[in-house]
Design a protein around this ligand. Structure first.
Ligand code: SF4
Ligand code: SF4
Length: 91
């Protein structure tokens, strides 16, 4: 299980969640070159410990436990996971 960031982050992306995450699994961080080009942030499910600290920090209620993701926003699970997926090998 993991927490996931959903659509409300788009247009806000204030990075408040990044600062409270004890395992640094929310990316890209503001000092990452990819920060400017990404419209939202993502949670690395392989490192998230489900502590929930980021949830209260988010001003737009964008972060949910996987099982609580609002209907219609399920695609954000894939979008979060895709950010951390290794690049595909060229055929
Ligand atoms: S639930 Fe905890 S570990 Fe997971 S992203 Fe949020 S702050 Fe980080
Ligand atoms: S606190 Fe919420 S809006 Fe801000 S970057 Fe994190 S998920 Fe996005």
């Amino acid at each position: 299980m993991s927490h996931y960031i959903t659509e409300n982050c788009i247009g806000t992306k204030d990075t408040g969640c990044v600062d409270v995450c004890p395992v640094d699994c929310i990316h890209p961080r503001p000092d990452d070159p990819r920060f400017e080009s990404e419209e939202m942030l993502y949670i690395d499910k392989d490192n998230c410990i489900d502590c929930g600290l980021c949830v209260d920090e988010c001003p737009v209620h964008a972060i949910f436990r996987e099982e609580d993701i609002p209907a219609g926003q399920e695609k954000y699970i894939q979008l979060n996971d895709a950010y951390f997926a290794p690049p595909r090998e060229a055929d």
